[in-house]
Ligand binder design. Structure first.
Ligand SMILES: [Zn+2]
Length: 272
């Protein structure tokens, strides 16, 4: 099975170290793999395409982070780096234009849990307008797991989608823990996707079992994508791959989940 991993993380070396230290103080073991090791691990597992995510944890770092991400693409043409911005950036609007004009950046990633901004902050509207217009994808960690803050939860997301109903957007981790709320929204928003990242994995830290409406899941099998969260996960890569098999998808849909859907999300193939 060919694999396109919609959810991997790559950061500059020092940022990676800081993130790993943060995780490890919370008993969350990770794979301390820098860029070259991550790409080797992915390729060893048959990954032929992967979205690389990062996020600006504070104002003032997005531009250098996005430059780093764009350079990854120059070295690895099977990686699809996403950019990030922060609403408090002094060069916020210029950075949006730079990202949208870049040949090496393929989407935006928002992480309101860490970035601590409201996804409905009106300063973001020009970004959403342009993304919606061009079908430029946005991945937003907006489920309130593993921890909640006032910026995450399905209500924020529903408000956003009411304003930009054709936005091409992916909610990672199936929207954990509000999986059912996000699954039903797929009926309303034709360009909305979910990724399976960390769900149904055998993980000591917490219960990751998906308990949702399997019929609804199967109905939306063209908009659910495999993701791994590599290298920031406490289990082997193969465990992420195997987790997809525990949802109850039809055998015939697995090629979509592992490969086709993520390529549609990124814009490499048309939506069926
Ligand atoms: Zn992630």
């Amino acid at each position: 099975m060919k694999i396109f991993d919609l959810h991997t993380h790559l950061f500059p070396a020092r940022m990676f170290l800081a993130i790993w230290e943060y995780f490890e103080t919370r008993n969350w073991s990770v794979h301390r793999e820098q860029v070259d090791e991550v790409t080797a691990t992915l390729q060893r597992h048959g990954v032929q395409g992967a979205v690389a995510l990062s996020y600006a944890h504070k104002a003032g770092v997005a531009h250098s982070l996005n430059t780093f991400m764009a350079e990854l693409r120059a070295r690895h043409d099977w990686l699809y780096p996403f950019a990030s911005v922060h609403v408090e950036d002094a060069d916020f609007n210029e950075e949006i234009d730079r990202v949208l004009g870049s040949e090496h950046l393929f989407g935006f990633k928002f992480q309101p849990l860490v970035q601590r901004f409201d996804i409905n902050d009106r300063r973001l509207d020009p970004l959403y307008e342009q993304c919606q217009e061009r079908q430029f994808p946005v991945l937003i960690h907006i489920g309130s797991g593993p921890v909640a803050n006032r910026f995450v939860g399905p209500d924020h997301f529903r408000r956003l989608m009411d304003r930009f109903p054709a936005l091409r957007v992916c909610v990672p981790h199936m929207g954990v823990p509000e999986c059912s709320d996000f699954l039903v929204m797929l009926d309303d928003y034709p360009e909305m996707f979910l990724d399976t990242t960390m769900v149904n994995t055998h993980c000591e830290l917490f219960d990751t079992a998906w308990r949702g409406d399997v019929e609804a899941l199967k109905r939306h099998s063209k908009r659910i994508c495999f993701g791994s969260d590599w290298p920031n996960v406490p289990y082997p890569y193969q465990e992420a791959v195997d987790s997809v098999l525990r949802f109850g998808f039809e055998e015939a849909d697995l090629e979509d989940i592992y490969w086709n859907n993520a390529r549609r999300f990124v814009g490499l193939a048309d939506l069926a």
